[in-house]
Design a protein around this ligand. Sequence first.
Ligand SMILES: Nc1nc2c(ncn2[C@@H]2O[C@H](COP(=O)(O)OP(=O)(O)OP(=O)(O)O)[C@@H](O)[C@H]2O)c(=O)[nH]1
Ligand SMILES: [Mg+2]
Length: 512
Amino acid sequence: MGFGHSYVWPLNVITSSFVPPAESSYEIRCSFDSTCPPKIQEDHLNKIKDVFASENPGKIPHQLMSLLEVFDRFKIDIAVTGESGAGKSSLINALLGLNPDDTGAAQTGVVETTKEATKYQHPNLPHIRLWDLPGMGTPSFTSKSYVKTVNFDLYDMFMLVISERVRENNVLLIDEIEQRKKPFYLIRTKIDNDVRRKKSKYAKMRALDQMRQDCEKNLKEKNLDRHVFLVSAHDTEDYEFQKLMHTFTDDVFQLRAEVFSDFLDKMLHGGWLRARYATNHIQQTGKLETEDITELQNMCKRTGFGAAKVRDVLEALSHFQLDVAVLGEMGSGASTLVKALIGLENEECGAADVSISNPAMSLGYPDVRFWDISGIEAVMDYSMYEMKQGLNSYDFYIIIVSDRQKARHLKLAKAVEELRKHYLFVYTKVDCHLQSQSDLCSDETEILDELRVQFMKELKMANLSEQQIFLINSLDRCAFDFVSLESALSSDLNTVRASAFAYYIARTVREQ
Ligand SMILES: Nc1nc2c(ncn2[C@@H]2O[C@H](COP(=O)(O)OP(=O)(O)OP(=O)(O)O)[C@@H](O)[C@H]2O)c(=O)[nH]1
Ligand SMILES: [Mg+2]
């Protein structure tokens, strides 16, 4: 019996696209019973159940983890290409969130600037390598030899950058990309230049419309349906730069999964020559280390995984929702913390709209559902077994430390550790703590350091493995440890995703 059945543990949750079933006890079951809403849509789940139907569920997590560990190290290469001076390097800087003068930024200029392909790592997309290619149509990179010289075969996707208008060279590049059956975006940049002198809103709209039509006409003539974005690398808040970023972030997991499964297909089922060619390509481009390729081959032999099965697994993974429980006492600030994490201001539209059975979701944490669970004091009398039962349907936990005397957070953390899952400690309303200590004549840093030291002592005494606490004020995301909380959370959620998925699949197969 989970404590959800005898206790109504208030579950306050915010906006989402998820619509819960209309059952009166839903919020109870969802907070403390292992029947959280499905983490994968039914069609994908059914597919994956078929894939593993004849498998011993006990072996599934290990099999999946060894596949996903290799997949996690798999990199893909995106080339930013176009004519000389089109604005390729400037676009790369905009994608990386850098100014041209920042360290690590791509060099930009009014004369031929990029002379060799240069690799850039996107800070939030660790598996993606962006390549700034030299421009086409200069004496060193003539239109005729360009594709061969920069070697288009090395890249998995292209961002074709054009400025002013679509020229013959651009059409040539489209043909070369198409011949290789690689995806691409057509990015019309320097839009700010084109609309600067347009006085009225109407004239501006008309110019934008004409530019879009010019790009689309060339694609339509070739029967191609590709994304077109009108952007300015100098004004990333305007035009379609944000749309480009979001589309790219959404597309890129799928693309990586396709490139990976395609490689497996060639390696496992392509015949000796194709397999050797594909393996060399993956090694030479550094998409995987040699040991990973060997591990992948052995794993496929051991488990009988083929490319089609891997494709289904990765497809299900791309739809998998991670559930994060934000646990705190009544009034500890759990709701405010959830709102801050998903980027809603307290008074913002949607923030006040707290319903009892929707998880909070945000673009900042794709495929993560935050469950706001306050009122933990009500369940502290329950046994460790019951507590674990209740917590088990979540994948990750943020434990709010509010009343240190009662040490409830320690008991919760113990339960999470016994489930072999991960959590973070957060001390909210640290600004109030500072105010209450203001008569001690210590400075702010001393008070905060003292708080951390005391807390570490408690953790040590309780024999807990977590060694960090984030001191935050949820109403001010720039203050105290909020930024480091966000980056620790992103990195932890990335780490737990694969194992949460593997165990969820095993559980689902076992239950069917
Ligand atoms: N107004 C405006 N100028 C831009 C934009 N993007 C690039 N530029 C300018 O265009 C010039 C060329 O930009 P780069 O980014 O160096 O172009 P590139 O395609 O990398 O050039 P090469 O490497 O020489 O082929 C620079 O002076 C940039 O400041 C934009 O969106 N708006
Ligand atoms: Mg350049």
